[in-house]
Design a protein around this ligand. Structure first.
Ligand SMILES: Nc1ncnc2c1ncn2[C@@H]1O[C@H](COP(=O)(O)OP(=O)(O)OP(=O)(O)O)[C@@H](O)[C@H]1O
Ligand SMILES: CC(C)(CO)[C@@H](O)C(=O)[O-]
Length: 289
């Protein structure tokens, strides 16, 4: 007989600009900034198992999954914090380490799935707080969990899941491409990058999605994070008046507008995305009795 299992989904997040805010209390640590919560994210299946394990799958355009990993220190730490043993399988279509907040989505999805599977009785907010603590402590992200707790284009005015967060809804498609990964923790633990990033933070708060793109681009330029490959793509976007910036923290570009898809198509596989209307959710499952 199949053991009980619960499936959850959590959207991913493109961070456009950010400013780390580090506090000794992880609930108050994170970042402020702006980004987009995405229709694509991470699907998590949690099963009861005497020994905890994690398998990571990546699906292709057709939805066919291929296993790409069999370890995830952040998920293992989350399970320990929640005092459970479970076999976790995560599946994403967007690439890991490329600025789509896949670690945050995997953590939020797992926290909600495990809470439901084991009838832990935690609120969604409790699950969000645990996921945020693990993400920030491992430096796999700072503001992604806060952003992904709900949907829309997000302006995070103060850090952490309880911070002041403004959300804008917009139905226009967003297009993104990835040219390669960046290990988030390698930037977040570098004092010289942190200094440049702090100095690049915009001094105004975007009021619309278009302004969020402009603020993101200004940040990307000033921070010095734009690589040669990203610059090549951004130049073609600029020449064609397409609003575009760099996915933080990944070697990639996100863009909006009528010709954005055709332009990005010249450089690689284009992800056609929309803003997610909401955050993590349980898709289906059978709880442990
Ligand atoms: N889908 C996933 N399932 C399980 N673990 C994951 C997943 N995505 C990321 N992780 C874990 O988080 C670690 C750090 O991921 P990383 O922060 O580089 O990716 P990311 O969240 O996609 O990053 P970013 O959005 O900053 O580019 C990975 O090495 C892996 O251990
Ligand atoms: C640090 C970061 C850019 C990593 O994806 C993100 O977590 C954010 O915006 O804080």
């Amino acid at each position: 007989m199949e053991s009980a299992s619960v499936t959850a989904f959590c959207p991913g997040h493109i961070s456009g600009y950010f400013l780390p805010v580090i506090h000794e209390n992880p609930d108050k640590s994170g970042s402020i900034g702006g980004g987009l919560v995405l229709s694509e994210g991470v699907r998590v299946v949690a099963r009861q198992n005497p020994i905890s394990s994690v398998k990571i799958f990546k699906s292709d355009k057709t939805g066919l999954p291929e296993q790409i990993g069999d370890t995830s220190p952040v998920i293992m730490d989350l399970l320990k914090k929640m005092s459970v043993h479970a076999a976790i399988e995560t599946t994403c279509y967007l690439p890991i380490g490329s600025g789509y907040g896949m670690s945050a989505a995997a953590l939020l999805g797992t926290a909600h799935a495990v809470n439901s599977l084991f009838n832990l009785g935690l609120s969604s907010h409790d699950c969000i707080k645990i996921a945020h603590q693990v993400e920030v402590m491992h430096r796999t992200g700072l503001g992604d969990v806060s952003a992904c707790q709900s949907g829309g284009a997000v302006i995070r005015k103060t850090p952490g899941p309880d911070g002041e967060i403004r959300r804008l809804m917009n139905l226009r498609p967003i297009y993104a491409i990835t040219l390669g990964p960046i290990k988030t923790s390698s930037i977040l633990t570098s004092p010289s990058w942190m200094d440049k990033i702090s100095k690049a933070f915009p001094d105004y708060i975007p009021e619309t999605v278009d302004e969020l793109f402009l603020a993101s681009r200004e940040f990307a330029e000033k921070s010095g994070l734009i690589s040669e490959e990203v610059r090549t793509v951004l130049k073609v976007c600029d020449d064609n008046r397409v609003l575009a910036s760099m996915t933080m923290l990944g070697c990639g570009v996100f863009a909006i507008g009528k010709t954005a898809e055709a332009i990005l198509n010249m450089f690689g596989e284009v992800y056609r995305l929309t803003l997610s209307p909401g955050g993590p959710r349980i898709l289906h499952g059978e709880r442990c009795s």
